[in-house]
Ligand binder design. Structure first.
Ligand code: PLP
Length: 408
């Protein structure tokens, strides 16, 4: 028996064995389990699309349902290109993303991802996507940090768009809060408004990758909501179905949809996109999140989690940083706290801490390479939102014990 303090890979929000979700899944599978998206839509898809549209941070939202985050990102990138094509803006094809990001493991998504250890083996296949610096306050590249970090990042984005020629850039894709690569790295408050402004003024679509942050993980329905960001395209997966079904989607604003509709510029689809059962599961998850106030629970429990982790670990000589938003928290481990010097990768610190935690009955999520693309050790906590205060305290205590066992 394990205490799941990571929700798998920050996927599970409702906890395991939720009866209402299981009932919705079985009922839908009993009616119709599969219909190809080119032939039929289904009531469950239409109902889900209408309900989720009311929560998404743009007007007239439309969704394209797929079976996971990487597929959703690929869909969003193609959708962005299709939007420009539909408007006769054929020159816009470039994708800009950030270093220190993760958008998935398929080729297009990996190319957008700024995560060196995953990119390295496939480097000869990558390189079409362009990257701006990581938004990583603990190791901020802004020379005048902590002053005007958001503005500095927005200037880097604007500079790159200008250098590339704005007429060639299709979209900028980024996670509202840095996830798997930078371990819950929260941007400064002036970041998102400034970046949104750059995208709008340059005619570049803003794609919010909410695969990890969406559906309450950061304590609001979407990460964008913290800064009132209105993207053009939004990508979700993970928490959309709480892991009960392989499900995700790319959503776009009504304006993007209207531009593309009927032009034939967006030819796309997968055998397992538009799953009727997936939509029924996602609808049941959405209802459970809403009816049990679980997004609010993620916010309040998340505050408690980060506070307790900070209190319990701030004096540890190898804990460089504790950060997070909602129930998405990261602990960065360093060899030398004063210099923020990472451990050498050969020491496999993250792996050893995660293994020590598993031995003690608590599951943590791991990430490596954050500091310089090779070195850098992160453990993440992202429990289901139904976690009790006692379980939360136990997770913090066992995390502390695991760090002590490995690092002294
Ligand atoms: N985008 C983000 C922000 C993610 O965290 C992930 C997965 O961790 C993905 C995309 C890829 O999702 P999937 O693993 O479902 O393909």
């Amino acid at each position: 028996m394990y205490l799941d303090a990571a929700g798998g890979a920050l996927v599970v929000s409702l906890g395991h064995g939720d009866r209402e979700v299981l009932r919705a899944m079985a009922e839908q599978a009993g009616q119709i389990s599969y219909a190809h998206g080119t032939q039929f839509t289904t009531d469950s898809l239409e109902t889900y699309a209408a309900e989720v549209a009311r929560l998404l941070p743009f007007d007239g939202a439309r969704i394209y349902p797929v079976s996971g985050g990487s597929e959703a990102i690929e869909t969003a990138l193609k959708l962005s290109r299709a939007y420009h094509l539909a408007r006769g803006d054929d020159g816009r094809h470039k994708v800009i993303a950030r270093w220190g990001s993760y958008h998935g493991n398929t080729r297009g998504a990996l190319d957008a991802s700024g995560r060196e250890p995953l990119r390295r083996p496939y480097a000869p296949w990558l390189g079409q996507a362009l990257h701006v610096p990581a938004v990583y306050e603990y190791r901020c590249p802004n020379p005048s940090h902590p002053d005007r970090c958001g503005a500095w990042h927005a200037e880097r984005l604007d500079e790159l768009i200008r250098d590339e020629d704005p007429g060639t850039v299709a979209c900028f894709v980024a996670e509202p809060v840095g996830g798997a690569t930078l371990g819950a790295s929260v941007p400064p408050d002036d970041y998102w408004p400034a970046v949104q402004e750059v995208c709008r003024s340059r005619g570049v679509l803003l794609v919010a990758d909410e695969v990890m942050t969406g559906f309450g993980r950061t304590g609001t329905w979407f990460g964008c909501d913290h800064w009132a960001v209105r993207p053009d395209v939004l990508v979700a997966a993970k928490g959309a179905s709480s892991g009960y079904w392989p499900f995700g989607f790319a959503a776009c604003s009504g304006e993007v949809f209207e531009a593309i509709a009927g032009t034939g510029s967006f030819v796309h689809g997968f055998t397992y996109s538009h799953s009727a059962v997936g939509a029924a599961v996602a609808l049941a998850v959405l209802h459970r999140l809403r009816e049990s106030n679980l997004v609010e629970a993620s916010r309040t429990k998340g505050e408690r989690l980060v506070k307790e982790l900070t209190a319990g670990l701030q004096d540890h000589p190898h804990v460089g940083d504790v950060r997070g938003l909602g129930l998405m928290a990261g602990i960065e481990l360093v060899a030398d706290r004063d210099r923020r010097r990472p451990y050498d990768r050969t020491e496999r610190v993250t792996e050893r801490v995660v293994a020590a935690a598993k031995d003690r009955g608590v599951l943590l999520y791991s990430s490596t390479g954050c500091a310089d693309g090779t070195n850098g050790d992160l453990v993440m906590l992202g429990p289901p939102f139904v976690i009790t205060d006692e379980e939360l305290d136990e997770a913090v205590a066992l995390t502390r014990d695991s760090l002590a066992a490995v690092l002294g």
